[in-house]
Design a protein around this ligand. Structure first.
Ligand SMILES: *Cc1c(COP(=O)(O)O)cnc(C)c1O
Length: 366
């Protein structure tokens, strides 16, 4: 087993089973963490080394650690799903590994090999598999959310790529992301804040992109919206994505349109999977630019019957309305979000092993 590369230092204070079971019965999202974490260290001289799984706990960072000042950081988000036979699986983790390398290149961080990435998940799950919830019903959608991340840990205030880097994986049991289940969400259109610009870091999964989106998120909340949609920075015209999810538009004639990838859009694993499943569901996927005007006119004419957002955390979530500074774009035509629900069910059935994995998308973790 390649995971033998990871030395295990078991926790002497592991959570007692009854306490863990209480947490798993109502985990929320991102509130509780498992007993261990995976860790791999990198230095300019030695490369990647020191593969370890050790007890979960605070990091010791010098106050001058580069990440705290210049945000040289990237992350990933993956879920581990428990199947009916008790086994634990990840969905397309090699896509996350590949994206993690892309993000690393953009942030001038060292690339972690795909093997180390996937093995770090396996090594952590070998210790903490009991933290993967067993969904009582298919509707429950509980899982163990895995958060790999990489930080510049060198103690140095000069501005250059860090010579010391740490990679970690932490894990957090998760219930459904939105409390409202698949109730349609209201989205705020950010008209002056932009998430990404050409040549920037929009395609990379880095904390800096999220930091830059929070002022817009505050605006959204002040307007009773739960998420933010961003337009392109150059023309203020083209729909890009939400702060952490990709967008899809369902047309009355069966087309399923999503903005085509540019370096200002994050390439979601869920987005890619939806494009594949769309064909199997008899839809015609289309990747092309789509403007705010097209959204407004399509909603008014009834040509657009549904809009939905997708990402690992929230799976597929229908968008009920887009609130802008001038108007509210409602999708009255669709009403039941039938396509979003169908694609969501298809995806979840694959992830939870209730449907044959014809694409080879599942990797066993435990
Ligand atoms: C993570 C993320 C997504 C969704 O990606 P998935 O791989 O589907 O989880 C979409 N947009 C942004 C900005 C993200 O950070």
């Amino acid at each position: 087993m390649p995971t033998q590369r990871f030395t295990v230092l078991p926790s002497s204070e592991a959570t007692a089973a009854p306490i863990r079971d209480d947490i798993l019965a109502n985990p929320g999202f991102g509130r509780y963490f498992t007993d261990h974490m995976a860790h791999v260290r990198w230095t300019l001289d030695a490369g990647w080394h020191g593969h370890e799984v050790h007890p979960y706990g605070p990091l010791t960072l010098d106050p001058a650690a580069a990440v705290l000042h210049y945000a040289q950081e990237i992350f990933e988000g993956i879920k581990a799903y428990r199947h009916d036979d008790g086994s634990v699986w990840a969905f397309r983790p090699e896509k996350n590994a590949e994206r993690f390398r892309r993000s690393a290149r953009r942030l001038a961080l060292p690339e972690l090999s795909d093997d180390d990435f996937v093995d770090s998940l396996k090594a952590l799950l070998a210790q903490d598999h009991a933290w993967v919830p067993t969904p009582a019903t298919a509707a429950e959608e509980s899982s163990l959310y895995l958060r790999p991340f990489m930080i510049a840990s060198e103690t140095f205030l000069g501005v250059r790529p860090s010579h010391e880097v740490d990679y970690y994986v932490i894990a957090s049991p998760a219930a459904a992301y939105f409390k409202g289940g698949i109730a349609p969400v209201s989205i705020w259109l950010s008209s002056h804040y932009k998430r990404a610009a050409a040549g920037g870091t929009g395609f990379a999964k880095c904390g800096g992109n999220y930091a830059a989106s929070l002022a817009a998120q505050k605006e959204a909340e002040a307007n009773d919206c739960s998420q933010v949609a961003f337009l392109d920075a150059a023309e203020n015209k083209w729909i890009e994505e939400l702060g952490g999810m990709n967008l899809f538009f369902v047309y009355r004639d069966g087309r399923l349109v999503t903005p085509q990838l540019t370096d200002t859009i994050l390439e979601g694993v869920t987005r890619d999977s939806v494009l594949t499943l769309a064909r199997e569901e008899g839809l015609t996927p289309e990747e092309r630019p789509i403007s705010l005007d097209e959204w407004r006119e399509g909603a008014a004419s009834g040509d657009i019957t549904e809009v939905f957002a997708c990402g690992t955390a929230a799976v597929i979530t229908p968008v009920g309305e887009l609130v802008t500074e001038d108007d509210t774009i409602r999708l009255d035509a669709g009403g039941d979000n039938e396509v979003a629900k169908r694609l969501r069910g298809h995806l979840l059935d694959l992830q939870y092993g209730r449907r044959e994995d014809t694409h080879g998308w599942l990797t066993r973790l435990a």
